[in-house]
Write a protein that binds this ligand. Structure first.
Ligand code: C2E
Ligand code: CA
Ligand code: CA
Ligand code: CA
Length: 287
């Protein structure tokens, strides 16, 4: 793949509705992208806050568009969900993540990588083949189900009994489920009781600014209160936590004091290619 600079990152007016035509074009482009192998998976370290050890990686999709350069998933995932292409796209990311995790485990042994965590969209959960796809992705690459974490957002999970049945099936298989962007959705507390989650990921919005606590900065205090409540609730329910979007050491220190032991964010490691993660594991083994 061609290396492109930051200036070539093209954004499809992120956060805004695209005109219908642009949507249609994007959908067609995405279909081709999938068929032509323009999609890539990058991996972001999930790290022990006390010692900096890499415990796992989140798998995130990237689109290396031949003319537009790198397209952000924030811009094409919504289109993929609308068109249904998220199902084959998600299957690609799932399989690629399982293949790569199995390769890392074979090269470095079980100590180096505890978990690989792809994102799963609600449309995938409604696909009747989803559980079979997960089973096949694990079996085809010889990856144990206990190595796989599926990241789901609360909104995805809230949609109905059928989805809940699928989630219980996955849980019974030994696959872990993580509630992504935790705290941003609705009825988080009641959800946690019915949902077979093993991990909650504290949303970045509660981490932003959490390091400040001068008098008068009520917003930071509120973030600290939410972060503390989430980690206490998770502890009481026997769930693990990951604090997301950590951008500096002060945030990491603060979260550690609040009771978080695992985090993720640019300060701890940006999403990078599989090759760069391999180099990281090699360095970690040598240390
Ligand atoms: P997410 O699942 O919440 O993933 C975390 C996002 O935050 C990633 O953005 C990651 O690069 C970014 N991030 C991590 N640490 C930091 C930090 O310290 N500061 C800041 N500012 N950002 C940080 P990315 O890769 O652009 O993905 C955006 C969203 O797109 C993801 O949010 C996820 O909802 C969705 N997505 C990405 N890949 C997939 C996929 O394969 N399938 C599905 N269904 N959704 C995906
Ligand atoms: Ca995620
Ligand atoms: Ca998240
Ligand atoms: Ca998010």
């Amino acid at each position: 793949a061609k290396q492109r600079g930051k200036a070539n990152w093209v954004r499809y007016a992120s956060g805004m509705e695209l005109p219908a035509q642009a949507h249609a074009r994007l959908g067609g482009d995405l279909r081709r992208a999938l068929d032509q192998g323009e999609l890539r998976v990058v991996y972001q370290p999930i790290v022990g806050l006390a010692d900096g050890r890499v415990l796992g990686v989140e798998a995130l999709v990237r689109w290396a568009h031949p003319e537009r350069g790198m397209v952000s998933p924030a811009d094409f995932i919504p289109a993929a969900e609308r068109t249904g292409l998220i199902v084959p796209l998600g299957r690609f990311v799932l399989r690629e993540a399982c293949r790569q995790a199995a390769a890392w485990l074979a090269e470095f042994g079980p100590e180096v990588l505890q978990k690989v965590a792809p994102n799963v969209s609600v449309r995938q959960l409604h696909d009747p083949d989803f559980v079979a796809d997960v089973r096949a992705a694990l079996a085809d690459h010889g990856l144990g189900p206990d190595r796989l974490v599926l990241e789901l957002t609360e909104s995805a999970v809230l949609r109905g009994q059928q989805v809940l049945r699928v989630l219980h099936e996955l849980h019974d298989m030994g696959v872990r489920l993580a509630l992504d962007d935790f705290g941003t959705g609705e009825s988080s507390l009641s959800l946690l009781r019915s949902f077979p989650a093993s991990i909650v990921k504290l949303d970045k919005s509660f981490v932003d600014g959490i390091e400040f606590d001068e008098p008068g900065t009520a917003a930071a205090d509120a973030r600290q209160a939410v972060a503390r409540a989430v980690v206490q609730l998770a502890g009481a329910l026997g769930l693990d936590t990951v604090a997301e979007g950590i951008e500096n050491q002060e945030q990491a220190d603060r979260l550690l004091r609040l009771g978080y032991t695992v985090g993720q964010g640019y300060h701890l490691g940006r999403p990078v290619s599989a090759e760069e993660i391999t180099a990281l594991f090699a360095a970690q083994r040598a240390a």
